[in-house]
Design a protein around this ligand. Structure first.
Ligand code: HEM
Length: 400
């Protein structure tokens, strides 16, 4: 079996699905690498990924594996670390406390109430696309601004600062692959920006999520300052990076399957199942669902040691032929589509109802406004070479 580093460096995203398929057959609990006596495993089958995500033997917080003395050897030298104690990276009881604070803002009822506003944002973007001179990039002109405006408004962050968030969050997401020089600078800029915003909002509370979080922070036990920063950074990044890809990847899959594009244009009642199929077929989150083994254990016949790193590939699970009929076929009429694109268990995506609604409104609005939308003949869609997510660099389209 080819080592994963080789596959990665030879344009991993393009070859990922055949690579996953061969691993699923040959070695589904795949030892990717070994370092300092610890193995990093890649889990590729649907049932195994499901079991991993539900299991309490795998944890998120690596620091729990260290003794207090070891922790002191690696002090945190940043005044505010915007990644520390992030809800996504902690375990109960901290996880339960943090999730409880934000859950009411993301439950289906709260999200339904946002529908008219999301529609207005989509309509405004469509009007701008209609009047734009020159080539249209569905990502820059539509799929990116829609979710970033929505999450910014929900949080109470000025949406006009969205290009800064985009730069900061791109650097942060890319850092999982390669550490860019601008990383420290961008993280500092993000942190300074939030400090100013929090100060302003403390003096002038609004009816937004940041004001609610600041109130919880003042009450002490509910939210520590560090957690406040990390929560807002998480919501900004998770709230747009993935949804941009949901919209663009689904549109790309449709462009690749003209018969289904035609079917959808003629009958919008397939939009919701097309979104679910887009989530399964080109899952926006790939490699970022990782855990640490909290104890020595045997997992599907492999000996996993406490402290081993375990990555669940949602992309692979969602293409597992043992679970999905014709798994490599894009089919907007697929029934009972139990994909794992939003994860599972206690860390199941908080924003799933929002992402689904944004996806639905996006496609409905696009196809209503531009029934002839198609991929520009000169377009050469290319997957971004980042490990964590599956997203395109550009998606050039024509409207007539
Ligand atoms: C968690 C995917 C949109 C906020 C997750 C996880 C996945 C995921 C797979 C679980 C990670 C793990 O178990 O390690 C997606 C996809 C999206 C999307 C595919 C869009 C298509 C959103 C949106 C938000 C959001 C719009 C909005 C705010 C979060 C948060 C968590 C999370 C806060 C952490 C939950 C926790 O730890 O309890 N997401 N997400 N996501 N997502 Fe999403």
């Amino acid at each position: 079996m080819e080592p994963i580093e080789t596959v990665y460096h030879s344009n991993f995203k393009r070859g990922a699905y055949s690579f996953y398929q061969s691993i699923r057959h040959q070695d589904p609990i795949f030892p990717m690498s070994k370092q300092y006596n610890h193995t990093s495993w890649l889990i590729t089958r649907y049932d195994d990924v499901k079991e991993l995500l539900k299991s309490q033997s795998f944890i998120k917080d690596q620091s729990k594996l260290f003794s207090p003395a070891e922790r002191e050897k690696n002090p945190n030298d940043m005044e505010i670390n915007i990644f520390q104690h992030m809800m996504l990276d902690v375990d109960p009881p901290d996880h339960t406390r943090l999730r409880r604070l934000v859950q009411p803002f993301f439950n289906p009822k709260s999200i339904r109430a946002m529908e008219p506003r999301i529609q207005t944002v989509a309509d405004t973007l469509i009007e701008e696309m209609r009047h734009k001179d020159g080539p249209l990039d569905l990502i820059d002109d539509f799929a990116f601004p829609l979710p970033i405006i929505v999450i910014s408004e929900l949080l109470g962050v000025p949406a006009e600062d969205r290009n800064s968030f985009r730069q900061w969050s791109n650097t942060i997401v890319a850092a999982a692959d390669e550490f860019e020089e601008s990383f420290i600078e961008d993280v500092q800029a993000f942190s300074t920006y939030l400090t100013k915003l929090f100060e302003e909002r403390r003096n002038n509370p609004q009816d937004d999520l940041i004001s609610k979080l600041l109130q919880a922070e003042e009450e002490g036990e509910k939210l520590h300052t560090q957690e406040l920063y990390s929560m807002v950074v998480l919501l900004i990044i998770a709230g747009h990076e993935t949804t941009v890809n949901l919209i663009a990847n689904t549109m790309y899959a449709l462009f690749q399957h003209p018969d289904q594009l035609k079917q959808l244009k003629e009958d919008h009642s397939f939009i919701e199942s097309a979104i679910e199929e887009g989530l399964r077929f080109y899952s926006p989150v790939d490699f970022s669902t990782a855990r640490w083994a909290g104890e020595d254990m045997s997992f599907r016949g492999k000996e996993i040691k406490r402290g081993d790193f375990v990555v669940a590939s949602l992309s692979s699970a969602n293409r597992d032929e043992a679970k999905f009929e014709a798994a490599d076929t894009f089919d907007i009429t697929r029934k009972d589509n139990q994909h794992l694109a939003f994860g599972l268990g206690i860390h199941f995506c908080l924003g799933a109802p929002l992402a689904r609604l944004e996806g639905k409104i996006a496609l409905q609005t696009l196809f209503t406004a531009f029934p002839y939308i198609h991929l520009a003949p000169s377009a050469q869609p290319k997957w971004k070479e980042i490990f964590l997510l599956r997203g395109l660099e550009k998606l050039e389209v024509e409207l007539t």
